[in-house]
Design a protein around this ligand. Sequence first.
Ligand SMILES: Cc1cc2nc3c(=O)[nH]c(=O)nc-3n(C[C@H](O)[C@H](O)[C@H](O)COP(=O)(O)O)c2cc1C
Length: 187
Amino acid sequence: MLLALKSRRTIRHFKDQPISEEQIHKIIEADRYSPTATNLQNVRYTVLIGNTMREFERVSMAAIRKVIGLAKPFSSAAKTTRIEDDFLFHHAPVAILISAKKSPMDRFGADVNGALAAAHMETQAESMGLGVLVSGFTIISMKISRKARKTIGLERGEKPVACLVIGYPSIKHRRIPPRKEAKIRIR
Ligand SMILES: Cc1cc2nc3c(=O)[nH]c(=O)nc-3n(C[C@H](O)[C@H](O)[C@H](O)COP(=O)(O)O)c2cc1C
């Protein structure tokens, strides 16, 4: 298990190969038994495929480009950053948006529950030979674009937490990457 976790890498290049419904259900099943704050079991999964996925990416990229455009006079990074149309999903066949319904019982549980979901589902997908990209920009685009949120159909009080972009990898990483030392406190 530890070796599998240490060899995990972000995948941004995917084969033109579909993922079956059964595989998607298996990945989601990996989260059903995760702990949730006050046992809320409030995590939701939106599976993006086909035209909806492409439309979401188009709408989101328009919003991201608009924000970068506004930042150009103030930021040299914004001036030089070039982002491609497939910047969010890299032609992957599936993206699963993980959201969590906020609860007055537990104000911070949504983030932790969603993050645990992302971790467990990512590990499950990799154990099935799939590659995963955790797409933070997808969550940012949902924060800045009402149109993007509408494409997903989020309900009131439902917070987007993480997005897993999933497909068969078309590249192979052969090395475990160097990491910072763990900062551990024992008291
Ligand atoms: C919360 C989160 C958001 C991320 N967002 C993006 C993203 O929007 N685009 C991207 O290409 N990579 C994204 N990544 C992947 C990181 O860039 C990647 O994990 C990091 O560079 C280390 O590389 P590795 O995963 O291959 O070890 C994200 C990772 C996390 C955990």
